[in-house]
Write a protein that binds this ligand. Sequence first.
Ligand code: ATP
Length: 252
Amino acid sequence: MNAPLLTARDLTLRFGRIAALDGVDLEIHPGEVVAIVGESGSGKTTLLRVLSGLMRPDGGEVSYLGQDVLGMSEAARRRLMRTEWGFVHQNPRDGLRMAVSAGGNIGERLMATGARHYGNIREQASHWLTRVEIDPARMDEVPAKFSGGMQQRLQIARTLVTLPKLVFMDEPTGGLDVSVQARLLDLIRALVADLGLAVLIVTHDIAAARLLAHRMLVMRHGVVVESGLTDRVLDDPQHPYTQLLVSSVLAA
Ligand SMILES: Nc1ncnc2c1ncn2[C@@H]1O[C@H](COP(=O)(O)OP(=O)(O)OP(=O)(O)O)[C@@H](O)[C@H]1O
């Protein structure tokens, strides 16, 4: 197997008496989709924020292709986030500029990687709008006019236009209607497979993890209680907490 893209070792982070991360280890390889699941408050979002350098842990190491993420300057981390990394937020407002047109949202990220030719940028924006099933005729509209599902698809287009190697996704289908969620999950699955992206996805939704992820990490109270291939974890859960999580979904 290829060398890992991102490696984390023994991450710890406390908020007062709460251990949000307690000795977390993780690896993700090129082209691999890894889901982080667990109940509310188990530390999933904190883990994603620490791995992407948005938050400093109390202890541990994070390395991206041999570079020390925690020791990196803010400028270097931002550069990575504009190019080789992407972050899809649960709330599209956190990942889009709401007062900038849909095309501008995509074009802006391309320009951050050096694109300058207006015609090419518009062409790419149009191509990416089509890929996320938004009519390119709406390129000059601001995202505030779009539905929640469209805003999320636009956020995905904006993130993927630079062809990142690693995408962090924090509950990308959270807050959407069930039918909209299903369509978005299908779209994410197709894009991820097409582009060969590595994705670390935080989700409450076990069905979404089953659909998208090669591997799963199950978190509880800041600890990874179980990890393994998605089908193995879901079909033959070993830890009592995973068994409870899986049976509660089956009972629903
Ligand atoms: N900035 C903060 N200050 C204090 N406590 C925090 C902070 N951020 C997170 N926590 C606490 O750390 C723990 C882990 O939170 P985190 O948001 O990572 O969990 P989560 O699994 O992502 O939950 P959810 O699914 O509800 O988003 C929780 O107990 C939370 O209350």
